[in-house]
Write a protein that binds this ligand. Structure first.
Ligand code: GLA
Length: 442
């Protein structure tokens, strides 16, 4: 009787085949499992609700910390927001145009007068305490966070305003060193706190000037005026169109359907301060060289696109590119304001992409991570435009998106930015808020 062998009979040869097939199948299954898991987690993340920024605890936190530090409640409170710039980068110190918004991240200060002339400041964020005599205020390397508040007190006195000693407790949710102007928020909140405590009433431009001088002279950061302006004069639902030459401004309504997603790349901005000053010098050099043919110009703001095209041959490659960024960026801000007034978000978005390219190629203040955020946003549905924002060399990028798609953009950034760069981003859905204010606690 002959027994026919089943199709799969364990001969030595096919036992070997089976054995070598098992690890292969295991690897395949393993890969499939991981792929499925990853897809599952990705889609899960994409559908999770986004946690919006909350600010309600800031005040309670400041008051509680004040009681712990000074044994009583503060008599007054001041708050000032951080900012994100929609367009008009590296134009403020060239007397140009900017278009920032004050955001839903702020610095809160609980404050009370003292009987002496000491400034006693506790930072809840740094868990650190500093005291200094109002008569001998100096910037220090240690507790450098306090220089912004001390600088404001110093500038107020330098301008002839008499202020009394004060206890201040700072609590903030503006991320530090991310390009969202935590320093201007701290200066402005300090100014509002000291002014209300001392019953001094000043016009906004004077307060802005005092805070700007505090940062420029006392702290020694040679920034433009944009950050202090917007922290003071922000308006809910509006962007601030500021002419940094005439210091004239207008609040432009942001169309209902627009949302702003801000992505912090997590890249430190170590280069920002030194490169910022180099860019300022390069702009001044551009002005010096163009002055020989355009004698009436004081800054790059005074150079039109047509004049630049006609005379750019006089400039070397580097200074030509730096100048071209500033001159074209000023033009883009004007176009953006027109687009915003017409509710034309598509046009606004195009200008944002152009701004980013100019900052990347001509001004050279972007970095691969900022470019990566812009590229990711550009692929997502509902996005009008994206660009780096602030001084650059890391920090944040901003994306203008149809409100309905904002959640998807946030989630995509959280997943894809990490996959592409290995860094963990912080992503914020920002709204345009009011500027600084202060009040008495009852
Ligand atoms: C920093 C400065 C601003 C401005 C931007 C670049 O944020 O503080 O004054 O110059 O860089 O637009």
């Amino acid at each position: 009787m002959s027994i026919s062998r089943p199709a799969f009979f364990p001969t030595d040869e096919n036992v070997w085949r089976v054995r070598s097939f098992i690890p292969l199948a295991q690897t395949g299954l393993y890969l499939l499992f991981h792929l499925a898991l990853r897809n599952f987690l990705t889609s899960l993340l994409r559908t999770l609700p986004i946690k919006l920024m909350t600010q309600s605890e800031l005040l309670t936190g400041a008051v509680q910390a004040f009681k712990t530090q000074f044994g009583s409640s503060p008599t007054h409170v001041a708050t000032a927001p951080g900012r994100v710039n929609l367009i008009g980068e590296h134009t403020d110190y060239n007397d140009g145009f900017v278009l920032p918004v004050a955001i839903n991240r702020q610095t809160v200060i609980g404050a009370s007068l003292r009987d002496d002339s000491m400034l006693c400041i506790f930072s809840k964020n740094n868990e650190s305490f500093v005291q200094a005599s109002l008569a001998t205020l100096t910037a220090t390397k240690e507790h450098s966070w306090s220089n912004y508040s001390k600088g404001v007190a110093f500038e107020l006195q330098r301008k002839g305003y008499t202020i009394r000693g004060a206890n201040l407790v700072i609590n903030s949710d503006v991320p530090v060193a991310s390009g969202l102007s935590s320093s201007a928020a701290l200066e402005m909140a300090t100014a509002y706190a000291l002014l209300i405590l001392n019953k001094i009433s000043l016009p906004p431009q004077e307060i802005i000037n005092i805070c700007h001088r505090a940062e420029f002279d006392f702290v020694g950061v040679h920034c433009g005026v944009m950050d202090q302006f917007i922290s003071c004069l922000g308006r809910r639902g509006h962007a601030l169109f500021l002419d940094c030459q005439r210091l004239a401004y207008d609040h432009i309504p942001i169309p209902e359907g627009a949302a702003f997603v801000v992505c912090d790349t997590g890249v430190g901005r170590e280069l920002a301060a030194s490169e910022y000053n180099i860019r300022r010098q390069q702009c001044a050099e551009g002005v010096r060289e163009l002055k020989s043919v355009l004698p009436s110009i004081q800054t790059l703001r005074d150079v039109s696109l047509e004049d630049f095209e006609q005379h750019k041959g006089r400039l070397g490659d580097l200074i030509r590119r730096r100048s071209r960024h500033v001159i074209s960026e000023n033009h883009r801000v004007l176009q953006s304001v027109t687009a915003l007034r017409k509710n034309d978000l598509s046009e606004f978005g195009k200008l944002m992409y152009q701004s980013h390219l100019s900052l990347k190629n001509d001004y050279e203040v972007s970095c691969p991570e900022l470019d990566c955020v812009v590229d990711i946003c550009a692929e997502e549905e509902g996005v009008y435009g994206a660009r780096m924002t602030g001084a650059g060399f890391g920090g944040c990028a901003i994306c203008l998106v149809n409100r309905e798609f904002a959640g998807a953009v946030v989630r995509r950034l959280l997943i894809e930015y990490r996959q592409k760069t290995g860094r963990t981003p912080q992503v914020y859905l920002c709204t345009a808020e009011d500027g600084a204010h202060s009040w008495e606690l009852s």
